[in-house]
Design a protein around this ligand. Sequence first.
Ligand code: MTE
Ligand code: MO
Length: 433
Amino acid sequence: MPGNTRIERSAAELYRDDPERADALVWGRRDTLKGAALAAMGLAVGSAIPFARHLPRGVVPAALAQSGAPQFLEMEGKARLILQGERPLNAETPEHLLDDDITPADKFFIRNNGSVPTPAADPRAWKVTVDGEVNTPLELTLGELEARFPLVTLRLQMECGGNGRSGFAPQAAGNQWGNGAISNAEWTGVRLRDVLRAAGLKESAKFTGQHGADTHLSAQGPAISRGMRLDKAMDEDTLIAIRMNGAAIPQMHGAPARLIVPGWPGSLSQKWFTRIELRAAPHTGRGMGGTSYRIPVRPIVPGSRNNGADFVDMESMPVRSVLTSHAHGTRLPAGTRSLDIRGQAWAGDLSVRAVDVSVDFGQSWQAMAVAAPPNRHSWQRWSGRVAFPSDGYFEIWYRATDSNGRMQPHVAANWNPQGYGANPISRVAVLVG
Ligand SMILES: Nc1nc2c(c(=O)[nH]1)N[C@H]1C(S)=C(S)[C@@H](COP(=O)(O)O)O[C@H]1N2
Ligand SMILES: [Mo]
């Protein structure tokens, strides 16, 4: 139906470019719903919109918000992830594939800054170096690490610092991640702090700098080399991981050893990990300084240029939730009046206190059950039931609240040039009937 197609395209484009004008045209100037406009919108989403009167100004129905069809990854050992780029290879997990409490290898998102190195011939002979501001620099094979320090197994979130970036308007630079650059695998390894203590930290050791075996696509220097405050390196959940979900770490995810720095930007979780240096001053490797993994101290004008002068390193990631029981665009049989839904939620170093859900465009919210995490830094399962008053087009909106009471905002806040920290309320569209 050409008429439909035209409405769909123009509504989405108009909302993206100029939401206020789109509202004026679609809904009528004085917020009174125009019958014809509502019918047109209903046609575009494929059904009547029972709660249309609650649709906030400037909000395009989720069914129309997506521009263009996503491309999918076709790779052995990998699920159909959403491809973000091939060089370097980046792919995110569709939200509804994040349903497992422990993220399996095939559904684990991929984020590379350079080339994936060739696998080590003998993983146990792989060496890890600790140097810099320590009394005794160490060089240990993975075999030695495992023999010398206690092994721990934990479920840990690892989330890209740019997760949610596509929520920013205007568009920020980088992969346009939805909510799927997140994982919660079960990692086995040694605590980084045990290894650092064995090297003997000098008074002057205040920061780390970490290194991996991959090179930048230009073949010039390392792909990425970031560092953190010593506090986080000494957190009991920061690991040198040697197993993922009870098996060898897949090559794509950093075999044979990687750092896991849970709750902080994933870029700190160095893959193909070879060396950590202790430093008196912040690290200066690729991915440090400027606007890289840094956010403004005071809000800046969205879309403005900035050199990152008044920015700080991004540390604990903001609270976020995913709905995993139903894919966006799910059709339910006519007459469906209630639906059991579930998902996951997490909040960097904090935990999740609540998840609330709305099916009437945010007019009313309902608390979901939130399970306690199995250990600190794991995501948490949420679940509950929603009711639909009739057939039609609905959106399930979901937002989590962290243990400090901070909630996912209605729109992405604190815009920054490289797009970190966008965690707006998410929405899944469902059609009943
Ligand atoms: N050596 C190395 N480590 C790295 C990266 C990289 O490109 N090279 N990418 C980082 C980023 S930005 C993220 S979000 C995570 C992604 O890990 P994954 O590909 O296993 O999901 O690894 C981090 N560690
Ligand atoms: Mo990342």
